[in-house]
Design a protein. Structure first.
Lengths: 111, 116
């Protein structure tokens, strides 16, 4: 059974702090990794994707991938109340594959 | 780019009726579309994978005769909930994967179905 695990939270951080969201996966053949953000009552929105070990930065977001340890993380710098949402980690093994989803981590950024 | 639309956004129907939901990729061609269902405060549940011009692949436990999926073109997939019952009330979300691209999926805004 291929699994993707996330801490359900809620993770609570003060405004301006760094929020760190973590995700582990069981399938060593996984090749592509995604972070989606989902606001309550809305559909998921793609934030970041990463394919190679190391860090990938996009604005206030940094995705970190460590294939040897089978984890991927998302850092949000200068957290804002508008970042409060559920963050979903998704993983795929190879091309043209469906995504395996984590259950999501709820993030609350307090003003 | 990578905009996906869904119609309708919200539908209320009586038990026993059928409801059709459309999913369109507006600015790209999608060889594969996915249909998800999400109950309140729960995670996404993949229902089926839809490939253009072929039969959909349903996940275990999803009744293919109840949830009819058609992917007639590279920009349109439809989900029909047949003989809907109150337990089918949920948030239905489609996503699309671009042709000749990676595995990233772009989601439509979702359809909230309420069956009375």
């Amino acid at each position: 059974q291929k699994e993707v695990e996330q801490n359900s939270g809620p993770l609570s951080v003060p405004e301006g702090a760094i929020a760190s969201l973590n995700c582990t996966y069981s399938d060593r053949g996984s090749q592509s990794f995604f972070w989606y953000r989902q606001y309550s009552g809305k559909s998921p929105e793609l934030i970041m994707f990463i394919y190679s070990n190391g860090d990938k930065e996009d604005g206030r977001f940094t995705a970190q991938l460590n294939k040897a340890s089978q984890y991927v993380s998302l850092l949000i710098r200068d957290s804002q109340p508008s970042d409060s949402a559920t963050y979903l980690c998704a993983v795929a093994a190879g091309n043209n594959r469906k995504l395996i989803w984590g259950l999501g981590t709820s993030l609350a950024v307090n003003p | 780019g990578a905009v996906v639309s869904q119609h309708p956004s919200r539908v209320i129907c009586k038990s026993g009726t059928s409801v059709k939901i459309e999913c369109r990729s507006l600015d790209f061609q999608a060889t594969t579309m996915f249909w998800y269902r999400q109950f309140p405060k729960q995670s996404l549940m993949l229902m089926a994978t839809s490939n253009e011009g072929s039969k959909a692949t349903y996940e275990q436990g999803v009744e293919k005769d109840k949830f009819l999926i058609n992917h007639a073109s590279l920009t349109l997939s439809t989900l029909t909930v047949t003989s809907a019952h109150p337990e089918d009330s949920s948030f239905y979300i489609c996503s699309a994967r671009r042709q000749a691209s990676g595995n990233e999926q772009f989601f439509g805004p979702g359809t909230r179905l309420t069956v009375l």
